[in-house]
Design a protein around this ligand. Sequence first.
Ligand SMILES: *[C@@H]1O[C@H](CO)[C@@H](O)[C@H](O)[C@H]1NC(C)=O
Ligand SMILES: *[C@@H]1O[C@H](CO)[C@@H](O)[C@H](O)[C@H]1NC(C)=O
Length: 330
Amino acid sequence: MKTLAAALALIAPAQAGLRFPCSTLTIERLDPVVQPGAIPAAHVHHIVGGNAFNATMEGDVGERATCTTCQMAEDFSNYWTAQLYFKHPTNGSYFRVPILPVQPLLGGSQGASGGLTVYYTQFDLSRDNLNQQKITAFKPGFRMTVGSPTETGKPHVGLRYQCLTGQSRGREMDTFPTGPCTGGIFTTQHFPACWDGKNLDSPDHQSHMANTIKSDGFINAGACPSTHPVRMPQVAFETVWDTSKLNSMWPSGAPNPYVWSFEGTAAGTHADYMFGWKGDSLQRAMDKSECFYDGCGSIKKQAMSVANQCTIKETVREQTSGWLTKLPGR
Ligand SMILES: *[C@@H]1O[C@H](CO)[C@@H](O)[C@H](O)[C@H]1NC(C)=O
Ligand SMILES: *[C@@H]1O[C@H](CO)[C@@H](O)[C@H](O)[C@H]1NC(C)=O
């Protein structure tokens, strides 16, 4: 049967999957999931998505937001990660690493400003059409995180680094590249996709979800466990950190000079998600099959030139870019 499944997998195309760019909304010390109300929060985040974003946001974000930096015009969710910095190897100053839109596989990122690429897929790009469980969209108020800035061992499964050189993304690694990457550093963050069916959040922002990815990257995920039986979309982020103007300051043979905004270690890579799709739009997309990278036939898209006009007022007044003698909040 394995062989049959494998054979079918080869001819069956991917099912519903959304992949779309979101431009940068703001880069500042805010974190409404882990540190609600903290102005400023502990470390700098790179944030994309809807304009309802603020330090205390909660409830039905999709009803409250009026614009989004994402290509999918009905998606007012917010997505964020720590910000990457370059720590000068000799004088110890920090420089905020610029962000490039992820190069599109099939077009679509054109015109994005910085930002990250978001995926909502069924079995994480699986080509396995068998044993499908229905995908249930997140509910208003839903939030989660993956990874932890205090992790010092290995990063959580599905959190990865790649060294971009020329046309190649390189292999997936669980730590920073050990030498300069001409095309930048590529980070991927996969969230768990199985829900306990009850809680929109949990004290650690993680235990209401369970992960079934067994190893790296975009591969088939296992069935949801009985404790977390509800299969949700597999959410993943990809970010390209543009190191091209900083690499020349990395002396040959010196250790990796890139650090997250919390300093910590490479294992501390993490990501945050706050659901904010309008009405049943995400569910409609997930109910489709055989569609990928587009709006799955039902989601309204906007030009990135329009998405880029969605802005918010900066809340935390401090410098996060240019050369800094210390990381903000450290
Ligand atoms: C965040 O937005 C909500 C809804 O508009 C508002 O009630 C709240 O006061 C805002 N919080 C901050 C810190 O601005
Ligand atoms: C460290 O080096 C960078 C690059 O040359 C420079 O711009 C920055 O001002 C230096 N920082 C200090 C504290 O000298």
